[in-house]
Design a protein around this ligand. Sequence first.
Ligand code: MIG
Length: 825
Amino acid sequence: MARSTLRLAGLLLLHCITTAPIMASATVQSIGAAQQTLRRPDGVELVASSGARLRVAFVAPDVVRVRLAPDGGFGPESSYAVAAPTAAPTAVVAEDGADSLVLSGGADGARVRIALRPQVAVTVLDADGNEIVADDPERPMAFDSGGGAVEVSKRRPPDELYYGFGEKALPQSRHEQFMAMWNTDAPKYAPGLDPLYQDIPFFIALRGGRCYGIFFDNTWRSWFDMGKSDPRRYAFGASGGELDYYVFSGGRARSPKQVLRAYAALTGRMPLPPLWALGYQQSRYSYTPAARVREIAHGFRERHIPVDVVYLDIDYMDGFRIFTWSPTAFAEPDRLLAELRDLSIKPVTIVDPGIKVDEDWAIYRDGRSRGVYVRDAAGGELHARVWPGICAFPDFTEPAARAWFGSLYAKFLDQGVAGFWNDMDEPATFAAPDPDRPVLSHDARKTFPLDARHAGDGQPGTHARYHNVYGMQMARATFDGLRTLRPRQRPFVLTRAGYAGVQRYAAVWTGDNVASWEHLALTIPMLTGLSVSGVPFVGADIGGYAGSPDGELYARWLQAAVLTPFFRTHAETGSADREPWSFGPDFERINRATIELRYRLLPYLYTQFAAAERDGDPIMRPLWFDHVGDSRTWLADDEFLAGPDLLVAPVLRVGARSRVVYFPRGADWIDWWSGERHAGGSSAEIAAPLDRLPLFARAGAVIPVAPVAQHTGETVRAPVTLVAAVGTGSGDLYQDAGDGYDYRSGGSATTFIGQREGALDLRRSGGGHHPGIAAIEWLGVQDPPSDVRVDGRRTEAVFDAVTRRARAALSGAQPRQVRWQGGSR
Ligand code: MIG
């Protein structure tokens, strides 16, 4: 019996070797049978016949961690992703017969059944004992004790879908895809190119309206085969490190929200950015010289097009030396920055990690003498070519290097630079020109040699191990530096590369996309994919970085982006002008109105940002996130939700003046512009002339809006209007000073607004001085509400039959109840 089992295992393993991504090698082994079981306070440790050890532990009642040490020795805890290792509640261990054992995370938590033989295999179950996800017994956990690779395979129901994985230029469900995790500078990526700049080895699985999640915490080059090789299983693994992953069972509800909240609790939530970072941002490679920056800034103010931020791309520097100014193009930076300040426009500068090897430059010398640079395999300073020429690179996996780099921001902060944009942090380098070997997107020469040496925060290792966290750790250095230098301001950091947990430090954008309709459509699955990977503050270059959009594409893209958290136009060098006014007066009017819509919706959007910091919920959401029971949402790639209450259905096709919109089940949806009501579960053809973004509010929701402003400095002082999309439901309004940290100690207020037939009930909590409620608007009413009473006092409502809106101005700033008659749907 034992012998035949072994042979079977051997045969299966051979099969595994020939088809799985672990390379055929004499040193590949499967885990084998458990020979010893050691109880631990949070779970068990098994000693397997292969010599490997496996730990299965609960880090929360509905979060199970599985950790395999191929050589039998667990390394010290060393995750860059895990924000705060959670206290592990004691798991109850039950023997389930000789061949398996069961762990329990408590009444509402998950269970784990561990098969002990013939091969150790892990099955995660829900509290009722239903199987959530199970190791594929035909593909036991395996590792290559020679090369260091690890992998695991899970059984896959054919209809299971997978979302997340960070930044992927793929349809939002990544079932039957093969994906790699290796941060890569991928200019002008074609849809489907993989990997890209950011890699987050986390996904949410969805089947039959129920979810779970898996986070594979491994910073090496890793891969996910989500049923591509065989739709009956999926597998993931890495070229080194431990097999170390978390299963999020999603609590009793097994909802996407619960899964993502648990992931966010583990890897951290986005800290609230300053309000100005939610404003419109204008960029190009590069606005230069300084006179051009002035012209752009004044261009917005003169035309009354709102803007908060203007970017300075690499040409502001002196020979691409970071934290310097070009003596010719930016001869008087202080004057320029003062002028921008007078216009209430925040300057953000690009900062690359490469530091020019220049004996005459103090920053380079200082870094060298402190020994903060990445080392080559021989122990010397690693040098590689990027924009400035030959560069050295701070080793952001070393605390001293992070602190040093963080201190360099002092000069620019003092001069008035408001935020920082980290580029080329995959890290990306230039391959030496070689006519016989053109450089491809995924060319190994485009980053550090794999044997380069990093400090690894006390665990020295190669670039192969730390490549994927380089950009995230640079963002950490930036964020921490800004926190130290300006403790009373919220940092704004934007990064191109990232790993799980990057949301703690930075916003992210999707790199060098292309000015095409196809890329416009791709922004939805890309950005919602990042959102459900725990990164709420996301955006794509509006208009498409590479190439020159025409007026229609640019206008539609701006509309599509109006509710994406990060809202920035950016364009490559040499492309046509791309300001909102660059496409003639008609488009200027349309684009102004689009940006004004953003500013009107800021109170709602900012409330979603505050919720993201509090709970870890995404801001931009795929439809299934809030409507997981509705199977028609599962593959919907051409619409998204902004927060729970706004449905955005951008026009994604050239020449289209209408589009079909699907309304997710569970609510009615009211057209923002016409007040027309659509039943959840239905579809409709919606008119979308060039100047209109199809936008819908959930019936019952209350959307706080602000008057149009030219920048967020005005918004923060402006009274709020509550738009009640008539129905039964609620909304909330978060308010604070827009910057600083008083909001964490009583300086913020949240107004909860309950809506029912004929009444709004408002309840305010918190503190600080914030603008009051100036007006109520009813959206989606057939007739005017009458006998409107605000805390008992009568007021008039003005009705507009075309937009099916009514509006009543309030005199008191903080009403507690608004009642009315009529105003029917
Ligand atoms: O090698 O700084 O993705 O946004 O404009 C190109 C110049 C370097 C790539 C970034 C892009 C930026 C550009 N950078």
